[in-house]
Design a protein. Structure first.
Length: 73
């Protein structure tokens, strides 16, 4: 199991300041199953994955966020 990180840490590592989604968007992705996370108490923790799988997911999520931003204006 990889290291767990908070949603804020995940957003900092995954997105640039200009492309960062709102924290509620990330929470919605978790609830919808688009992003795997563990809930401990009232907080969600996302597992940091290593290697290409993590990088591919990061790129896909960046692209999804960018497309959503374009669609939603």
């Amino acid at each position: 199991m990889g290291q767990l990180m908070t949603i804020d840490e995940y957003m900092t590592k995954t997105f640039t300041q200009d492309s960062r989604p709102h924290i509620n968007s990330v929470r919605r992705w978790i609830r919808e199953g688009k992003l795997e996370a563990k809930k401990m108490g009232r907080s969600y923790y996302i597992e940091e994955k290593g290697g290409d799988e993590y990088n591919n997911n990061v790129e896909q999520e960046k692209m999804d966020a960018m497309i959503a931003k374009i669609i939603n204006g």
